[in-house]
Design a protein around this ligand. Structure first.
Ligand code: HEC
Length: 236
């Protein structure tokens, strides 16, 4: 095309800023509608209510964020065959993120996706893996997080997190928040007792115990969510 042979697009549209702005706006609106309408029409499955994180899981989640685990781990099984096959047969659903404030989707995968890691390994595996990843996976490039075995969670900080989450809309009642120290201990003790069975001695308030509680929760809501989807499909 020579210089004075302008295309229709540049002659009629690009030269008129007003028209260009109107048409651009229309294009953006179409894009927005295409994204928004499915949110309201995919049915009830995406609002299946799952329990919020327990106090100990909240503590573990705060550690996950603090340590930047999301720099190497995503939490989203993409709806592609390879991903779905690798991570247990179900891609991630919107309902799985309802308690994530903020979500931990991540964008880099130097390590495997963790969206469904709950129940995949024993508590003692996680404990030893955090202490020294090479002890469990010989060629691992994951750094060791041995200090998590020594550092303690602070129940007051967890209580503050719970309060903040409630302000953001999480359904914690007064009882949960006021008794959070007790709840932390009860939940942590279950993991401690389980670890003792593998010859590991620790206490309920170590950071690694909270992190294990969080990791073991990840992905455990998918059963309830797919069951609701099936019920909905049967009713259609
Ligand atoms: C430098 C990148 C990197 C960082 C940071 C990192 N990881 Fe990893 N992680 C890996 C790699 C690589 C693997 C796979 C090898 C292995 O099992 O160690 C892995 C494996 C794992 C696994 C086992 C997953 C599975 O499905 O087998 C868990 C759980 C895990 N990491 C948790 C964490 C947590 C929690 C943190 C933050 C405290 C963290 N990782 C930080 C790279 C990383």
């Amino acid at each position: 095309m020579s210089e004075n042979q302008e295309s229709f697009h540049s002659r009629v549209i690009e030269r008129r800023a007003g028209l260009m702005a109107v048409l651009t706006t229309i294009c953006i609106l179409i894009g927005g509608i295409v994204e928004i309408i499915p949110m309201y029409t995919v049915g009830a499955a995406h609002i299946v209510e799952t329990p919020p994180y327990t106090p100990l899981q909240v503590a573990g989640r705060d550690i996950y964020v603090r340590e930047g685990c999301y720099n190497c781990h995503s939490q989203m099984v993409r709806p592609m065959r390879s991903d779905v096959l690798r991570y247990g047969g179900q891609w991630s659903r919107a309902a799985e993120y309802q308690h994530d404030r903020p979500f931990q989707l991540g964008s880099r995968r130097l390590g495997p996706d963790l969206a469904r890691v709950g129940g995949r390994w024993s508590n003692s595996w996680h404990y030893r893996h955090m202490e020294d990843p090479r002890a469990m996976t010989p060629d691992s490039i994951m750094p060791a997080y041995a200090w998590l075995l020594r550092r303690k969670i602070r129940p007051n900080a967890v209580k503050a997190s719970l309060r903040a989450l409630r302000t953001a809309g999480e359904p914690y009642d007064d009882g949960t928040i006021n008794n959070s120290a007790m709840l932390l201990e009860a939940e942590g003790q279950m993991i401690v007792d389980d670890l003792a069975g593998s010859g590991i001695t620790t206490t309920w308030d170590t950071e690694v115990v909270a992190l294990i509680a969080y990791l073991q929760r990840l992905g455990t809501d998918i059963g309830a969510i797919t069951a609701a989807e099936e019920r909905e499909a049967a009713n259609e």
